[in-house]
Design a protein around this ligand. Sequence first.
Ligand SMILES: [Zn+2]
Ligand SMILES: [Zn+2]
Length: 200
Amino acid sequence: MSNDYTQQKFKTAAFQLQQQALKHHDVKLNRGQAHELIASAVDDYNSMAALKSDGFSLDVDCPEQFSLEGAERRIGSRINSLRLDEKLPDSFSHNAAGLIRETLTPNCTECGCDLPTIPINQENDRQYQPQTWVCNDCKSNSNAYGRCFYCGDEYLYRVSDLNENGECPEHAGESEPVDEFEAEDHESWLEYQLNHEFDY
Ligand SMILES: [Zn+2]
Ligand SMILES: [Zn+2]
């Protein structure tokens, strides 16, 4: 993804952080401070300058990059080193991590909006195709996405990547039922999936 895009997303995230700090804690973060928190959130860079000189940019095809695992802790320690810890409560790190995560996720592949999106799982052995990200509305209004019986609720797939038993390519064939109870269980799950809109 272009560097401009990354800069644009960072800018928006910085603005959101400033708003959050001001509105909820009456603290004026300057732009530099907000950017430092973002740098710590994305990959524990010591500073925005370090992040830039490393050539970091957001990549839609790399969903792991957007999960910002451990961001809350890293933001917390950056808040300390920026000596903002006296002004901002501990809860700020948690909220800031959520805010940054939501802001940085790629725009919705379907409608193009910049609301929070989730990645749709890719089939592993298919030819390369760009990662799809969908917003809540598109996700619940579309029957193009479905779940795998085995992967569980957190993972969405393109329906075209699921087989008739509702299995992802990795789990294909696993639901050969071992007994009639299991068969019934699976049957009713499939029925449920067909009859209910996904509601997140
Ligand atoms: Zn959308
Ligand atoms: Zn699966």
